[in-house]
Design a protein around this ligand. Structure first.
Ligand code: SF4
Length: 458
C-alpha cells in the first residue's frame, strides 16, 4: 500500500445505514433505532440518492454537474475509473432486511460504475449472524465481513452496552469464517474503564485463536453527546489514564505483531497483505470516494470534499426538496491537501513519500522540514533514512496526528522547494477536512469526530 495514491486510483463507494437496534453509550455516529416505516423511508431515499448520482453521469468519463451546497451542479466527480470497493457501514447494515440489501446493491450496480471484482464489505453485529444470512450475503456478493465484536470480556461488553455475549461472538466468528468470505475482520475496543491489561490481552488472545483474516483495534473515546459523556459530566464515569491507554496501545501492537498480525495502519492489522481493507486504504491513501446516506462524506480525489446532512430526517427532506442530500462542500487548497496527505499517510506503516507527494501536489516539504525530520528520527518517532520517505516507528504511529501538525507547509504550489513563506501547522490549524478524512480513515465512517487519532467504531 502506498500512503499517497497514484493519480487515477480507483475510487470507493460508501453507504451509511443509520439504524441500530439500540444505541451504545459511547456511540456518536449518525444512528437511531428505526421502526419498519423509517427503514422503508430510508430505503426509498437511498435509492433516490443513488439515482441522483446515476443521472448525473458518474462514470469513467462522468462529470457531476456543478453548483454548491445542495446544488448538484456544484459538485464534480471525475476520478476516471469504476468503483473497486463498496462499503456498507453504519449503524448496523447487518440488520437490514435481505430484500432491502438486495435492492440497494442492485441500484448501486445498475446505476453506478461498480467494478465486477469490487471488494464488497458489510459491517455486521454478532447477534445478526445466522447461516441463512451469511449464505444470502455471500450470494449477494459480499466479500468481506466486518464484525463488531468489541471484546470477549463479558464485563467490558456489558459496560459498552452491547447486546451480544462472548459466546455469541465466538459462534458468529466461527460461522462467518466457514461461510467462505474473502476476509473476515473483527473490531475490538481497548481502554475500556475497568479493563486491565491482562483482560485486554485475553481478548486479543481469543481473537487470534479464531484466526480471522483481519483485526481492527480502536481506543474507546468519550465524545460529546454520548451517554458516557453525560456520565462523565456527572462524575459517574471511571476515567482511563493516558498512561494506561498508551500501555494498551503498545500491548496491542506488540501482541498482534507477535501473533502474525502486523499493523499496516494505527488501528488495523492483517494476517496477510491481501487481507487488508481495500476500501479503508482509500481514506489513508487520499483516493476518491463517494458517500451515500445520511452523514456520509465524499472526496473527489482532487480538491473537493462534501458531506451529507447527518440527521436522517434532514437528509430525506434535502433529497426531496433540492434533489441532493449534501449539506456542505469544502474546497481544499494545495496546502490543505498536502497536510491531509501527510496526516493520513503518517497513520500507515508505509509512511509518506515526500518526492512523490511533491510531484502530486506541487509542494515539496523537504527543504523546510529537513531539521524537523532529523529531530523526529533522533527521537525515535520516524525511521531513519534519506528523509525522502517518512516512515513512522511504533512510537511515531502512536503520535501520528502530532507528527503531521509539527510540519511546516510552504504556502503556494508555485513556491515548492523554496523559501521562507511558510505557515506553521500547529495542532489547531490542521484543516477540518484533514480531521474529517482522518476520522473516516480510522474506520469512523460518515461522522466527523473532530479528533485525528483514536476513536471507536461500531
Ligand atoms: S457503536 Fe455501532 S452498534 Fe453501537 S450504536 Fe453505534 S453504530 Fe450502532
Amino acid at each position: 500500500m502506498s500512503a499517497v495514491s497514484e493519480a487515477g486510483a480507483a475510487p470507493g463507494l460508501y453507504v451509511h445505514v443509520p439504524f441500530c437496534d439500540r444505541v451504545c453509550p459511547y456511540c456518536d455516529f449518525a444512528v437511531q433505532t428505526g421502526g419498519p416505516r423509517q427503514r422503508d423511508a430510508y430505503l426509498r431515499s437511498l435509492l433516490q440518492e443513488i439515482r441522483c448520482w446515476a443521472d448525473r453521469g458518474v462514470g469513467p468519463t462522468g462529470s457531476l454537474g456543478s453548483a454548491s451546497g445542495r446544488d448538484p451542479e456544484a459538485l464534480r466527480w471525475e476520478p476516471g475509473q469504476a468503483f473497486d470497493s463498496v462499503y456498507l457501514g453504519g449503524g448496523t447494515p447487518s440488520s437490514l432486511a435481505l430484500d432491502a440489501l438486495e435492492q440497494i446493491l442492485a441500484a448501486l450496480r445498475g446505476g453506478l460504475p461498480v467494478a465486477e471484482d469490487a471488494e464488497l464489505t458489510l459491517e455486521a453485529n454478532p447477534e445478526d449472524i445466522s447461516d441463512h444470512r451469511l449464505a444470502a450475503w455471500r450470494s449477494l456478493g459480499v466479500s468481506r465481513l466486518s464484525l463488531g465484536v468489541q471484546s470477549f470480556d463479558p464485563a467490558a461488553l456489558d459496560l459498552l452496552g452491547r447486546s451480544h455475549t462472548p459466546r455469541q461472538a465466538i459462534a458468529a466468528i466461527e460461522r462467518s469464517m466457514a461461510a467462505g468470505f474473502d476476509a473476515v475482520s473483527l473490531d475490538l475496543i481497548f481502554a475500556v474503564p475497568g479493563q486491565t491489561v491482562a483482560s485486554w490481552e485475553a481478548s486479543l488472545q481469543r481473537a487470534v485463536e479464531l484466526r480471522p483474516h483481519h483485526i481492527s483495534c480502536y481506543e474507546l473515546t468519550v465524545h460529546p453527546g454520548t451517554r458516557f459523556f453525560r456520565a462523565r459530566q456527572r462524575g459517574g464515569f471511571l476515567e482511563v489514564s493516558d498512561d494506561h491507554k498508551a500501555e494498551q496501545f503498545f500491548v496491542t501492537h506488540r501482541f498482534l505483531a507477535a501473533a502474525g498480525y502486523p499493523a499496516y495502519e494505527v488501528s488495523n492489522f492483517a494476517r496477510r497483505p491481501e487481507f487488508r481493507s481495500r476500501h479503508n486504504a482509500k481514506y489513508w491513501d487520499h483516493t476518491a470516494y463517494l458517500g451515500l446516506g445520511p452523514s456520509a462524506h465524499s472526496y473527489d480525489g482532487r480538491h473537493q470534499r462534501w458531506w451529507n446532512e447527518p440527521r436522517l430526517i434532514d437528509w430525506q427532506s434535502a433529497l426531496d426538496g433540492a434533489g441532493s442530500g449534501v449539506l456542505e462542500v469544502e474546497t481544499l487548497t494545495p496546502e490543505q491537501r498536502v497536510l491531509e496527505a501527510l496526516a493520513l499517510g503518517l497513520r500507515t506503516t508505509a509512511g509518506v513519500d515526500l518526492e512523490h507527494m511533491a510531484g502530486l501536489y506541487g509542494i515539496d516539504l523537504r527543504p523546510s522540514n529537513a531539521t524537523l525530520v532529523e529531530s523526529l528520527a533522533e527521537r525515535g518517532l520516524l525511521e531513519g533514512g534519506s528523509g525522502q520517505r517518512l516512515v513512522p516507528t511504533l512510537e511515531g504511529l502512536a503520535l501520528a496526528d502530532t507528527l503531521a501538525a509539527a510540519f511546516e507547509i510552504p504556502t503556494g504550489a508555485d513556491k515548492a522547494s523554496t523559501g521562507p513563506d511558510k505557515v506553521s501547522t500547529g495542532a489547531d490549524e490542521v484543516p477540518s477536512s484533514a480531521k474529517r478524512a482522518s476520522a473516516r480513515a480510522s474506520g469512523i465512517d460518515a461522522t466527523w469526530r473532530g479528533a485525528v487519532l483514536g476513536g471507536n467504531r461500531p
